[in-house]
Write a protein that binds this ligand. Structure first.
Ligand SMILES: [Zn+2]
Length: 256
């Protein structure tokens, strides 16, 4: 299995990262992709990836929640880092987040547009973060797909109609702990979608699946999500692993 989204460089893992990686390996997690959030964590992500070569894989991007007055300067520096290395597996996480703060909505759209363009230029997939911005996001990703972008809607929790629109344009959906929450309706959406459109993720340290909800999430919990998917698709966990691996490998062009 591939964890397509885990913030391994986060403070939450700093005391026991070796053990976190060991536990992930022991449940057959073959790769972990680390999304960037701004200029401050480029170095820490690269450090983690150096420590676990060919296992932890780096992405780079400016998260919408980290967009402020200085976003142009951040983009300039991130683009420099992007060009300095050739082992990035994705641009991300990038996107739109209108949940807490709408002060920089225009800037968020501008930054997303620019980073989508980087992804096309470098032929990389994108990891998309979208919260309370469905309408704008759908419009932007529809256009982006027409221009050649590909990628994943990380932590997808939207409606069937929204999912269908994304899938029609080739986007994949990242599925994690939310699927296992008691009050989640996500299973009703997923059962109507092809398994081949899904990839697994934790979004660790956040969104730990049941029965670990509320505690630190880690890649070793991914099998809980795979088990829930197997129930929903009335298939085996092995089939879930196989299919989500195929999709992730193809999307991120990685080999396991
Ligand atoms: Zn994330």
């Amino acid at each position: 299995m591939i964890d397509t989204h885990c913030h391994l460089d986060d403070e939450a893992y700093k005391d026991d990262l070796d053990a976190v990686i060991e536990r992930a390996k022991s449940v057959n997690i073959r790769k972990i992709l680390i999304p960037g959030i701004d200029t401050t964590n480029v170095g820490s992500i690269r450090q983690v990836c150096q420590k676990y070569p060919n296992y932890a894989l780096p992405a780079i991007g400016l998260h919408p929640e980290n967009i402020a007055e200085n976003y142009r300067e951040q983009l300039t520096n991130l683009y420099k880092s992007l060009c300095e290395h050739d082992d990035w597996v994705a641009i991300g996480e990038i996107g739109l987040d209108y949940h807490f703060d709408k002060t920089f909505v225009r800037e968020q759209r501008d930054a997303l547009e620019e980073q989508l363009q980087w992804a096309r230029e470098k032929d990389l997939p994108v990891m998309i973060h979208s919260r309370d911005a469905t309408q704008d996001m759908e419009a932007m990703l529809t256009e982006a797909a027409k221009l050649g972008n590909r990628g994943v809607l990380h932590c997808f929790t939207g409606s069937y109609e929204t999912a269908k629109k994304y899938l029609d344009y080739g986007w994949k959906l990242g599925i994690g702990g939310v699927l296992t929450f008691k009050n989640s309706k996500l299973h009703e959406v997923l059962v109507r979608l092809p398994l081949s459109s899904l990839v697994l993720e934790t979004d660790g340290p956040y969104l730990a699946p049941t029965p670990h909800r509320g505690t630190r999430n880690e890649s070793a919990y991914i099998p809980l999500v795979a088990e829930r998917l197997a129930q929903i698709y009335n298939t085996t966990v092995e089939q879930i692993d196989y299919q989500t691996d195929q999709t992730a490998q193809e999307l991120f062009r990685i080999e396991i």
